[in-house]
Write a protein that binds this ligand. Structure first.
Ligand code: 5GP
Length: 192
């Protein structure tokens, strides 16, 4: 088991509805030492790629992305969730359906902060059905930039997102892949 899998075993809580709660160390209270280890691991896994920007989505991707960015020495741009329908032409826009909140959000990135010169590493906390990632990929593509890779803390391997994104040909690196979990027993099974 790697450092993140060990932490999930120790502090993760399996909830009904295929939700893994990791709010004591990942997405509410945040363990920055753990994020730092994640940053070092992503740096290794994406070695040699010409990454000059990290893109993530608010809210829970931001903390991880910022610590990862220290390892790559690049800026972070986060896609903002916006309820407004009147989005002007200065923004890239994508529609994202939230797995946890079961609602649709438009996410936006200013054209000032993403362009064809950008070689992007996308970072997020969870991968479930892949909707958030597809939105971020479409924004980078619309900007004319290049997605060099995708780094995820926790992938839920029993949901379709991982397969969909890998089939599109992206280098997707998830530090922990949960292949099964049971809310009744609390048992969590990781991919070997
Ligand atoms: P997707 O778009 O891949 O279906 O879902 C990804 C987003 O939903 C992540 O950014 C994350 O915020 C949230 N999410 C999905 N599954 C879980 C989960 O099991 N636990 C938590 N805490 N968040 C999740």
């Amino acid at each position: 088991m790697n450092f993140l899998e060990e932490r999930i075993m120790k502090d993760g809580i399996v909830k009904e509805g295929n939700v893994l709660k990791v709010d004591s160390f990942l997405n509410h209270q945040m363990d920055i030492g753990l994020f730092d280890e994640m940053g070092a691991e992503f740096k290794k896994r994406f070695e040699g790629k010409p990454i000059n920007k990290i893109v993530t989505i608010e809210a829970s991707g931001i903390g991880i992305a910022c610590v990862v960015a220290r390892h790559f020495n690049v800026p972070v741009v986060f896609a903002k969730k916006s309820k407004s329908i009147n989005i002007d032409g200065d923004m890239y826009v994508a529609e994202v359906e939230s797995f946890t909140h079961k609602c649709k959000n438009q996410v936006i990135v200013s054209k000032k902060f993403l362009g064809e010169e950008d070689h992007v590493l996308i970072i997020d906390d969870f991968l479930a059905n892949g909707c958030a990632l597809q939105g971020l990929i479409s924004i980078v593509n619309e900007a004319g930039g290049t997605v060099e890779g995708i780094g995820i803390a926790i992938e839920k391997g029993f949901q379709v997102g991982g397969q969909v994104i890998r089939n599109l040909g992206y280098q997707l690196e998830s530090l922990a892949i949960v292949d099964g979990m049971d809310a009744a027993t609390g048992k969590i099974e990781f991919r070997k």
